[in-house]
Design a protein around this ligand. Structure first.
Ligand SMILES: Cc1cc2nc3c(=O)[nH]c(=O)nc-3n(C[C@H](O)[C@H](O)[C@H](O)COP(=O)(O)OP(=O)(O)OC[C@H]3O[C@@H](n4cnc5c(N)ncnc54)[C@H](O)[C@@H]3O)c2cc1C
Length: 349
């Protein structure tokens, strides 16, 4: 079986990259181990203005319109909705936050993202944000997986690194490809070729709950966030844990999220528990993705490191990487793994 690209990982990164390559006429094969991944656990939140000081995410003016168009094109292709637009209310906890929010409102660069500060009768002073949304990632990944299966280019299996043979091509069992692209999310830490890259993995936990009184017309950000889904279901998250890098749910994670939710909406204290999930964000030392060819083995490539912002960043960089792989455009230096070359271990004789 001969392919242009063998892709390892069917999270959001591997899926959108494989789809883009197929759309451009390349022959692609995807292998994924079928375990629950970060993309399936993620809230898929897209929030252009974040942090204590309400700063625009890096490159959001470029990334957001691109992501929105891309997801809408996928909605037309699969005849399903994936990108759910909803305004966000950001609770302002003290005068310093109100002052910071006012400064941003006075800045014309923020005009498309922030609409005003109002006194909300339930939550007190809030900053109203627009252009916020969440992506139904599980639904999108199911549609993409079915698409790959229908083209006979998907296999559920755990890749065994030892079986990868490098020559002019890459061979893996019966598959021969010109290039292999690793899209393994946090499991890249075990990759013998790319584990030199400085990931800074962060575990996160999320709860899905149900309650008849959950507000449904906005996303709520109060340090943690609340995302209303259908049928009175909602999600709340997420925790940040840099010490325990695993996918186990914990009682402390659950307590943290429930405690902070109940402070803001005590009526949700009786919310019905639906599920708790945990996974690991593939964050990086310099907060930029890891994209590009291995410095020594150009048959091997990586598309990873989208941290806590995969939904916003992956569509744009998938397109940029496919342009690069088809020799139409260079990668931007800030995402190209060439920037990490001094970390590459020396070759032993
Ligand atoms: C709790 C939490 C909340 C988050 N919230 C948000 C959010 O609100 N908004 C947002 O944009 N992002 C969020 N993220 C981040 C988001 O999940 C990531 O940016 C994105 O999903 C990463 O996608 P990925 O494809 O790189 O990795 P993954 O989704 O982890 O996919 C990697 C895939 O590779 C497979 N794989 C790895 N190794 C092998 C192997 N050897 N053989 C076969 N298959 C293999 C894995 O099983 C997996 O399916 C959140 C993450 C977490 C954990």
């Amino acid at each position: 079986m001969k392919f242009d690209f063998l892709i390892i990982g069917q999270g959001l990164a591997g899926s959108l990259l494989a789809f883009e390559l197929i759309q451009r006429g390349f022959k692609v094969f995807v292998i994924d181990n079928g375990l629950e991944n970060a993309s399936q656990v993620a809230a898929g939140l897209i929030n252009p203005v974040t942090g204590m000081r309400f700063v625009k995410s890096s490159d959001v003016d470029v990334l957001l319109p691109f992501a929105k168009n891309h997801y809408q094109a996928l909605e037309r292709f699969f005849k399903q909705s994936f990108y759910i637009k909803k305004p966000m209310l950001r609770l302002l906890k003290n005068n310093k936050e109100i002052e910071n929010a006012r400064k941003r409102l006075d800045n014309p660069d923020y005009a498309t993202y922030l609409s005003g500060i109002v006194e909300n009768e339930k939550f007190g002073m809030v900053l109203e944000q627009q252009q916020t949304a969440y992506l139904l990632i599980v639904r999108l990944l199911v549609a993409l997986k079915q698409f790959f299966i229908s083209r006979q280019c998907y296999q559920q299996a755990s890749l065994d690194y030892k079986e990868i043979k490098l020559s002019e091509f890459v061979s893996y069992q019966a598959i021969k490809a010109k290039q292999l692209i690793f899209c393994e999310g946090y499991l890249a830490r075990d990759n013998p070729w790319f584990s030199y890259l400085p990931f800074q993995l962060v575990k996160g936990e999320i709860l899905t709950l149900q309650h008849q009184q959950v507000p449904s017309s906005f996303l709520l950000n109060y340090g943690h966030w609340m995302i209303p889904l259908d049928d009175f279901n909602f999600r709340t998250g997420a925790t940040f844990d840099r010490e325990n890098i695993n996918t186990q749910v914990t009682e402390s994670g659950r307590d943290e999220l429930l405690t902070s939710l109940k402070v803001i909406m005590p009526e949700l204290a009786q919310a019905e528990f639906i599920k708790q999930q945990a996974n690991v964000r593939p964050c990086t030392l310099d907060k930029q993705p890891f994209i590009g060819l291995h410095p020594r083995y150009s048959q091997l490539a990586i598309f990873n490191g989208f941290g806590a912002k995969g939904s916003l960043q992956i569509p744009y960089y998938a397109q940029q990487f496919v342009d690069f792989l088809s020799k139409k455009q260079n990668l931007s230096a800030k995402v190209d793994i060439q920037r990490m070359e001094t970390r590459l271990p020396a070759v032993r004789d």
